[in-house]
Design a protein around this ligand. Sequence first.
Ligand SMILES: NC(=O)c1ccc[n+]([C@@H]2O[C@H](COP(=O)([O-])OP(=O)(O)OC[C@H]3O[C@@H](n4cnc5c(N)ncnc54)[C@H](OP(=O)(O)O)[C@@H]3O)[C@@H](O)[C@H]2O)c1
Length: 348
Amino acid sequence: MSQHLAFAQLVAQGPLSTIRVPTQKPGRGEIQIEMRAVGMNPGERMFLDSTWLEASRYPWIPGSDLAGVVSEIGDGVTKFKKGDRVVSMQMAASKVLGNRVGGLQKYAIAFASLTALIPTGVSFEEAATVSITATTSLAAFHALSLPWPTNSGRRELDEQVLVWGGGSGVGMTSIAFLRLAGYKNIITTAAIKREAELKSIGATVVIDHRDETVVEKLTDALHGNTLSKAIDAVTKEGTTESIAQVMKNGGKIARVSPLNPVTKGNEGIEMLGIDCTMFHDARQHPEYRALGEDVVWPFIQDLLDQGYPFQRQLVIDCSGPYGLKRIEEAFQILRTESTDGRKIIIKL
Ligand SMILES: NC(=O)c1ccc[n+]([C@@H]2O[C@H](COP(=O)([O-])OP(=O)(O)OC[C@H]3O[C@@H](n4cnc5c(N)ncnc54)[C@H](OP(=O)(O)O)[C@@H]3O)[C@@H](O)[C@H]2O)c1
């Protein structure tokens, strides 16, 4: 079996190394992708820095936001051909899927049904910003039973909704999707320097999340209306608690990092933990997998075709001889959250 290079973590909490791994053939319904760009997400950094993965999962190849060129087609795949430029999302931490799907390697395997074509004029780096932020945001929409975003026709919904952390990738995507769903009163918290950018994608009120009076300002922004739905797009210390202070009983908060505990103010408010992999998990959630294949990925294809406002990127070229060092640098930047709203993209 031929082999190729991969960037892998050999033991929990250890550094990344360059290793050679067998090049896998795609199975039925799968494609093999020659990787060009991989989006980095906080979740991956958490897996790298923790002991969450079982010992048997090492060496572990991270990378779930994949963009590249189709290099092999599995049986039954008619949607793609060799040479197509595609974007996909895979569960790099999955025990079942293993290292065949991790993005930080030359060739990875992806489910064809959870993959979209990158249109002409959209770069691999732009495309690699989309999958995880879109699926996370849509998981929040699903949890909150929000009307689904659509590129065709637009409702006008007066109800106010809150996105805490509109400056994050998930937050920005949620704002854009709420607007596509028809919401016209979208309140968000973000660094105030991001105000114009967030208003350009649909936010109507932007309040500085570092402002000590943020809760009072949010309450004022509601003009006496009840806030019943919110997406906590960062879910850090105190963020859900602050939303709960603004929200009345009966409200619902979708939380992107459900493992972070809510320490107070959650009486009468429904806390909904979300997981972007829900649309991909065929074994545990076959009904959600169908939603992923029939609704989520066609919608992502539509977004790409319409030139959706891609998150700005911080591209780190790891294709050369210093690739490993540069990937370590990328993870270090991810740890500091200092990208000013840009998504870190590893160019391979
Ligand atoms: N559950 C899932 O399946 C899933 C999937 C993907 C991501 N996530 C989680 O979603 C979160 C966002 O991920 P991401 O990739 O979108 O992150 P990101 O783009 O790296 O977000 C970083 C930004 O968050 C904002 N922020 C930081 N602390 C904040 C606070 N206390 N209040 C408001 N905004 C704050 C800052 O924006 P400013 O410039 O405005 O300060 C910062 O630039 C992470 O916690 C991640 O783990 C969960």
